[in-house]
Ligand binder design. Structure first.
Ligand SMILES: *[C@@H]1O[C@H](CO)[C@@H](O)[C@H](O)[C@H]1NC(C)=O
Ligand SMILES: *[C@@H]1O[C@H](CO)[C@@H](O)[C@H](O)[C@H]1NC(C)=O
Ligand SMILES: *[C@@H]1O[C@H](CO)[C@@H](O)[C@H](O)[C@H]1NC(C)=O
Ligand SMILES: *[C@@H]1O[C@H](CO)[C@@H](O)[C@H](O)[C@H]1NC(C)=O
Ligand SMILES: *[C@@H]1O[C@H](CO)[C@@H](O)[C@H](O)[C@H]1NC(C)=O
Ligand SMILES: *[C@@H]1O[C@H](CO)[C@@H](O)[C@H](O)[C@H]1NC(C)=O
Ligand SMILES: *[C@@H]1O[C@H](CO)[C@@H](O)[C@H](O)[C@H]1NC(C)=O
Ligand SMILES: *[C@@H]1O[C@H](CO)[C@@H](O)[C@H](O)[C@H]1NC(C)=O
Ligand SMILES: *[C@@H]1O[C@H](CO)[C@@H](O)[C@H](O)[C@H]1NC(C)=O
Ligand SMILES: *[C@@H]1O[C@H](CO)[C@@H](O)[C@H](O)[C@H]1NC(C)=O
Length: 627
């Protein structure tokens, strides 16, 4: 390890880095962009305005989005939804032959996403009531205009600052027949991609400093060239004249072939070396694997996708890609990866499909409605959002019984009070012994450091296990749901004030697979910020979901231990803490008092508690009245 680290340091001498400023430790830290905070989904059903609209506006999808938005700030930043633009409704042509669309449903959906702090990935794909079959020789003009209309409208509506965080991408997997609804030939496709790019340029044009809105593509599978002529063909076209390439960021899909994470990286490296060998100019582009999943086929039920195994695979995908990014060879222009796992699971595969949430459609209720349970992969996405902005190259630590821990150390930027967050991942499927680690943090003056260790574990935080214990009911009753929810998120494993620079990692009680996050935090970090935008959403009778927003300043969440939820029935009654016994590390609480005497009508407020037991001010009070 130390040998390869030395080589790495040499290679990285030009990049931004700094040494740990808190101790005598020589760890080198690098800027650590959170490159894994993307997810995606594809609506089921026909590719028509009506079908896609019904799916995306359904109460089930709204419930799914509500849960996705209730991850900590920055855990899930982008959502790639195929056929999103089908929310546009083609109305008629103008006299000059340009399409007029009804934008109202797309507006509404994007405003909702924006309120949830989720950025869309807009893929220019759709049928638009057979718009492109009406006069095919004219399709270049229509694509250019459609792109311009969409992009310009949302620049005006949301402002450039926001929309530049969105992503714009070409048609998903254009070589796959089930996606290539327009039957693009390579020639058609090149015209299409150039037209999209033109539309983006026109939308970003300003009298001075025009906006550069990058186009991502070709979102290709890049199987054999003879089978996938379009994605390979556009790269050939671009290589020949890179300055006229419509694509700014290369996107491809490389998945694994087993739960083993390293295959994804290996496959990506293979593909990139093939691409770069054939088309060297493509090396200039940033690239993204925007479907970087362990296995193809989201709906295929697989045991490992149910439990902590998938969470561990995800953590390893992140570690592997971070190492590759630091290596700077073929991964020099790695931008990010996306996990295609925001789908809605369906019966009888509630837990086993590739999703973040287990979805139960409660058909035994009138009317039917949806319940969601957070899977360990969801908890893992939340967990990784607590990593800091600078990270070292992952290291392997040997325990006294000869096992390996992979440890990713991250730290706050220089000049800020101490915050350090370590992701600890087991490399062996064995029982670990408790292990002392040295943090090397020096305290100055009357500074105090606290630590908190949170875990995801196959025994303690594994709701599918609970579901099985109750014989996998298709309609889990309120008791079963409560027990599952009690096991759905990270648990506090250990916390306290640090008195020495050594910390004992208590590993012997963990059940493989598990993930651990150790956070250390100085009291010089401020108090947690007040929770914002408390919202109460009805689930069913006497059951609500509370969500709120964390400060967009992630520094203020560094020392967060948990949230508390308080309730009172009316303005004269006492406030009661209703979140007793729950660890609430994420801005989410589902309140379903089991006893009939308890009701959900009343006032709610939320605050955060940090590792020093300091509390933030309460959120604004919000009243809920059941209809
Ligand atoms: C840091 O590196 C220097 C020079 O390589 C070495 O002498 C020193 O012992 C190292 N310190 C620690 C804490 O590892
Ligand atoms: C999809 O279209 C087919 C044929 O038009 C129709 O039979 C089917 O019901 C549609 N499915 C949905 C989900 O709308
Ligand atoms: C496109 O939309 C039209 C009208 O809404 C529908 O009849 C047709 O089946 C759709 N085409 C595809 C390829 O889904
Ligand atoms: C698709 O295009 C090819 C030529 O590019 C043509 O041979 C084929 O008939 C077309 N298929 C359909 C369904 O239009
Ligand atoms: C995972 O796959 C890599 C090859 O991509 C292999 O070297 C490694 O041994 C595999 N690990 C496991 C646990 O199967
Ligand atoms: C533990 O895992 C590491 C890394 O995969 C491996 O090198 C080592 O041989 C494993 N140790 C045991 C005892 O299985
Ligand atoms: C509930 O009803 C939906 C729609 O009819 C169906 O797809 C689903 O399989 C049903 N769920 C269960 C658990 O039976
Ligand atoms: C839910 O089901 C479990 C097991 O089937 C049972 O023990 C429990 O009493 C039920 N709870 C309610 C509220 O019906
Ligand atoms: C950890 O495991 C030991 C031995 O199995 C047991 O005695 C102890 O109670 C466990 N501790 C916790 C916190 O579960
Ligand atoms: C915070 O409060 C809990 C519960 O009262 C207590 O066990 C813990 O020691 C306190 N932590 C600190 C850092 O004071």
């Amino acid at each position: 390890m130390s040998g390869s680290l030395a080589i790495l340091l040499g290679a990285l001498s030009l990049s931004t880095l700094h040494n740990n400023s808190y101790g005598g430790d020589n760890t080198t830290y690098y800027k650590f962009p959170k490159f894994w905070t993307n997810s995606g989904l594809c609506p089921l059903g026909n590719i028509t305005h009506r079908s896609i609209t019904d799916y995306l506006r359904s109460d089930t999808m709204q419930g799914n989005l509500l849960h996705l938005s209730a991850l900590p700030h920055g855990a899930l930043t982008h959502l790639r939804i195929h056929w999103l633009l089908e929310l546009l409704e083609f109305q008629q042509f103008t006299q000059s032959g340009l399409p007029i669309f009804d934008f109202s449903l797309l507006d509404e959906f994007l405003i909702d996403l924006d309120m949830m702090n989720i950025n869309p990935v807009v893929e220019f794909m759709g049928n638009f009531s057979n718009l492109f079959e009406k006069n095919p020789t004219y399709n270049d003009v229509i694509w250019d205009d459609l792109t311009y209309q969409v992009t310009k409208r949302y620049l005006n509506m949301f402002g450039a600052k926001k929309v530049l965080n969105w992503r714009f991408e070409t048609w998903n997997e254009p070589d796959v027949i089930s996606y290539n609804k327009l039957n693009f030939s390579l020639k058609d496709y090149v015209i299409y991609a150039n037209s999209i790019k033109q539309g983006l340029i026109r939308a970003g044009a300003r009298p001075t400093n025009s906006l550069h809105i990058p186009l991502r593509g070709p979102a290709g599978l890049f199987k054999k060239r003879s089978h996938h002529p379009i994605c390979w063909g556009i790269l050939e076209h671009c290589n020949a004249n890179i300055d006229e390439c419509p694509i700014d960021i290369l996107t491809f899909h490389r998945k694994g072939s087993s739960p083993n994470a390293s295959v994804i990286l290996d496959e990506s490296v293979h593909l990139l070396s093939d691409i770069y060998k054939a088309f060297p100019n493509i090396q200039q582009l940033l690239f993204s694997n925007d479907e970087a999943d362990p296995l193809a086929g989201w709906s295929m039920p697989r045991d490992f996708q149910e439990d902590v195994r998938y969470a561990l695979t995800f953590a390893n995908i992140v570690l592997d890609h971070w190492k590759a990014k630091l290596d700077r060879k073929i991964f020099a222009h790695f931008e990010d990866l996306s996990n295609d796992n925001a789908f809605l699971s369906y019966h009888p595969f509630e837990f086993s499909q590739r999703t973040l949430l287990a979805h139960f459609r409660m058909n035994n209720s009138v009317p039917p409605y949806s319940q969601f349970i957070q899977k360990p992969i969801y908890a893992a996405m939340g967990m990784l959002s607590r990593l800091a902005d600078m990270a070292a190259s992952p290291i392997a630590i040997k325990t006294s019984n000869g096992l390996t821990l992979n440890v990713l150390k991250t730290t706050a930027n220089k000049g800020q009070p101490m915050y350090s967050s370590w992701l600890v991942v087991p490399a062996n499927e064995s029982a670990y012994v408790n292990t002392m680690v040295t943090t090397n943090f020096h305290l100055c003056g009357n500074e105090v450091n606290a630590f908190i260790v949170e875990v995801i574990d196959q025994q303690l935080t594994n709701p599918v296990r609970i579901w099985r214990q109750f014989n996998s009911p298709p309609y889990p009753n309120s008791t079963v749901r409560e027990v599952m929810r009690f096991h759905q998120t990270m648990k506090i494993h250990d916390t306290g004030i640090s008195t020495t620079s050594d910390i004992l990692l208590k590993l012997s009680n963990l059940s493989y697979p598990w993930l651990m996050l150790l956070r250390m935090c100085s009291n010089l970090n401020g108090l947690p910020d007040q929770p914002q935008n408390l919202q109460i959403t009805r689930v069913t009778k006497s059951e609500v979901i509370l969500t709120w927003q964390e400060s967009t300043n992630s520094v203020s969440q560094y020392c967060l231990k948990t949230y508390q939820v308080w309730f009172r029935e009316n303005q004269n009654s006492e406030w009661l803490k209703i979140s007793n016994n729950w660890h609430l590390p994420f801005p989410f609480f589902q309140y379903a008092p089991v006893q009939n005497s308890q009701i959900v009508n009343g006032f709610y407020k939320v605050r955060s508690v940090d590792v020093f037991n300091r509390t933030s001010s309460f959120s604004a009070e919000v009243q809920y009245i059941e209809i």
